[in-house]
Design a protein around this ligand. Sequence first.
Ligand SMILES: [Ca+2]
Ligand SMILES: [Ca+2]
Length: 223
Amino acid sequence: MTKNILVFSFLSVVVLPAFVLDQAPAKEELKLQLPKPMFIGTPTNIKSPNLEVITGKPRGPFLVPVGTAELSLNRPVRASDTQPVIGELTMVTDGEKEGGDGYFVELGPGKQWVQIDLGSARALHAILIWHYHSQARVYRDVVVQVSNDRDFLKGATTVFNNDHDNSSGLGIGKDKEYIEVAEGRLVDPKGVAGRYVRLYSNGNTTNDLNHYVEVEVFGTPVK
Ligand SMILES: [Ca+2]
Ligand SMILES: [Ca+2]
């Protein structure tokens, strides 16, 4: 009898943590494959009115729900510029992230976008962006939106926006501008669900063109 009570007590202790985990999904570190850096050190010569404070420190670990997977590899890409002069739109999701020539697609001047079709709606937990990382530069008016509408007309959620003066006309953003580096920029979509991810930019501090080396989207099935 005493033995049965002991067994029961033991089971209660074991079962409780699983119940607690049910309330808050378990998290794990997002595993990333990063390209080699193309320049060393912290650039201090870039001036831009909305630039974040430069620490020069690498990004720390980023936690995502257990089971989060990359969704974007080799997925179809559309863009506002349908005929890039340099590179191909497929380069945005081909998994190649090296910084040198031959690894980026170049879109025309001014405000442009690229858009990744994930195939079905997913809950998104991380979006990693490499515009161009062989030279320190800042891309202007970076805006990232998620939608279930291919044309982003019927409902779009903005998950990143550093257009502080609304010069791209998508609304005033509260995020800061940043210098491109090899580790890419990690945007936290906080579980927003959608099939399409669209990324805007509006030139950069070196020229008025727009570039993408790679974009990676991570998420889980929609519950
Ligand atoms: Ca690529
Ligand atoms: Ca702006």
